[in-house]
Design a protein around this ligand. Structure first.
Ligand SMILES: Nc1ncnc2c1ncn2[C@@H]1O[C@H](COP(=O)(O)OP(=O)(O)OP(=O)(O)O)[C@@H](O)[C@H]1O
Ligand SMILES: O=C(O)C1=C[C@@H](O)[C@@H](O)[C@H](O)C1
Ligand SMILES: [Mg+2]
Length: 163
């Protein structure tokens, strides 16, 4: 069976909802960001600094390919749609859920966290621009859009009901 995949912008709750889905569905969670951090033994900012963003994107593609057909829950990184090859993989995957909420909500959620190089020090306007650039791609690969500005139980239950 193919995996259940969560996509969406930084801070929408892919990791948080993935953890809850994993418990509720009794399936393992593979958080692509954590998987990369654990394999590389470096934080995401360290990988970006040392090797650059493109290298991180290549690691993301490799990790996605490794897990996509393993019947697990996959929480992706917000930039998974930056690469044509990951988009191609996700286009062929049925259960891709696009978690969405207003950029203002996301901005508040991730403001204090300096673990995201593509959000660190960015203004709301800059984040909006990045979101606009990615929005079409999320839409293209999504099986279903999920309103992620609700309690996590509600969000997770809607995903489970649509399976
Ligand atoms: N439904 C929700 N309601 C309120 N807060 C939430 C909700 N979902 C997630 N959060 C909070 O928002 C922050 C970001 O969540 P999370 O790390 O799960 O996002 P993400 O989509 O995985 O981000 P990234 O793309 O950077 O990996 C966390 O502090 C989390 O607790
Ligand atoms: O949206 C992005 O570009 C990113 C999102 C995070 O999940 C990480 O994958 C990394 O910080 C890059
Ligand atoms: Mg995450």
């Amino acid at each position: 069976m193919m995996s259940i995949v969560l996509v969406g912008f930084m801070g929408v709750g892919k990791t948080t909802i993935g953890e809850l889905l994993s418990e509720k569905c009794n399936k393992s969670l593979v958080d692509i960001d954590s998987y990369i951090v654990n394999t590389m033994k470096l934080s995401i900012p360290e990988i970006f600094d040392k090797y650059g963003e493109q290298y991180f994107r290549d690691l993301e593609t490799k990790a996605l390919l490794e897990w996509i057909d393993k019947d697990v829950i996959i929480s992706t990184g917000g930039g998974i749609v930056e690469s044509t090859s990951t988009k191609r993989i996700l286009n062929k995957t049925r259960h891709v859920f696009w978690l969405k909420c207003d950029i203002e909500v996301v901005f508040k959620r991730i403001q204090q966290d300096n673990n995201r190089p593509n959000a660190n020090g960015k203004s709301l306007k800059e984040l909006k621009a990045l979101y606009s650039k990615r929005e079409l791609s999320y839409n293209e690969i999504a099986f279903k859009q999920i309103d992620a500005d609700r309690p996590i139980e509600v969000v997770a239950n809607e995903i489970i009901e649509s399976l």
